[in-house]
Design a protein around this ligand. Sequence first.
Ligand code: GLN
Length: 447
Amino acid sequence: SLLDRINAVDAKIESYITVLGDEALNRAKKVQERIDKGEAVSPLAGIPMALKDNICTKNVKTTCASKMLNNFIPPYDATVSKKLYNEDTVLLGKLNMDEFAMGSSTENSYFKITRNPWNVERVPGGSSGGSAASVAAGMTGFALGSDTGGSIRQPASFCGIVGMKPTYGAVSRFGLVAFASSMDQIGPLTKDVTDCAIVLNAITGYDPMDSTSANIKYPDYSKALINDVKGIRIGIPKEYIAEETNPEVKKAVLDAAETLRKLGAQLEEFSLPLTEYAIPAYYLISSAEASSNLARYDGIKYGYRAEKYTDLLDLYIQTRSEGFGVEVKRRILLGTYALSSGYYDAYYKKALQVRTLIKNAFNEAFAKYDVLLGPTAPTTAYKIGEKKDNPLEMYLEDIYTVSVNIAGLPGLTIPCGFDISNLPIGLQLIGKPFDESTLLRVGYTFE
Ligand code: GLN
């Protein structure tokens, strides 16, 4: 029925790049047979899922929504893909995104623009816009996205669903096409917090294939789903409910906070310094890492190769000029500049120093609070085309999400209301490292 739904609806939403059809049906039938035989199966057995198109799937095209990888078929599965297959989930297809996960609106895809299911004139957010839109429009059971600076939480907010960016190191990045390796993290986009906990149980865990994977004991996240927030200390950063934040967003977020207070949580406003430096630090660090990570697309090893070139250098130049879109080129240029000798100290090193200060500021906050609460984004979903030609304005929209990646913390977005145009508003909860459980516990209150 979900494949029928995709057929009926996705021409309007454009969330899928690849749909698997018969392959998915056959797999579902096989799982059903095993369930009929009474075999013990995972809670995810037979559940249809879809993956952002930067997560490698063996024998299934993985494009990163780029011309560069238009025909790339990975010979291996990402660790998360393998883990979910092991739970007997059924892959329906691969989802649209901003090219190489660079963007906040899914307008930077080489293939198509995904639309917000609540209003098709609006963006679904990004870069995991296909993931969020497919869940919101009922075209998959759940989806995975990736979040380097907000790309799970912000589209979840714009599409009125639940999105979790786990602690850096909690989910293996093996097989996730790298954007900014020190911040990239895979996470679930789901209809509710319960589903989020179930998917998190399946994808977290130590993986020797990822050198930054944390070798710790991971909890059973479903144990966090208990209707009780008594005594939980929640801090609201003043800077997160500042003037830039749309008043309707602010009101919905503060109403949610008030609900938690009535249920016994302790709430307090406090100042989280350095919030204004998070955007420049994030865009310098992420672009620097991206310029290095994307050096591999040279037209030789795999992916697109220009047809016309004179010599080896010209092959590189033509391939990269034709294969990458405007935003990706902008990041490569910015990152290469920030890393070049003479500028390194002034930009990249400075950004790393700011990163340390931001981490320290969060550490201080978490000495006082268990959870931080604020909006996911300063606005609701904006119109398609509205910010596309103004990258700086679009970057500023990431103000409340990027610090979480800079500090490697977990962040959960849950829906908390609608604005006057009936567009969803997202609440963001930020937690201590590896304390996804407390975020789920607080989020579950609203279920
Ligand atoms: N919007 C941010 C950017 O463009 C975040 C992207 C992401 O999290 N992948 O870099």
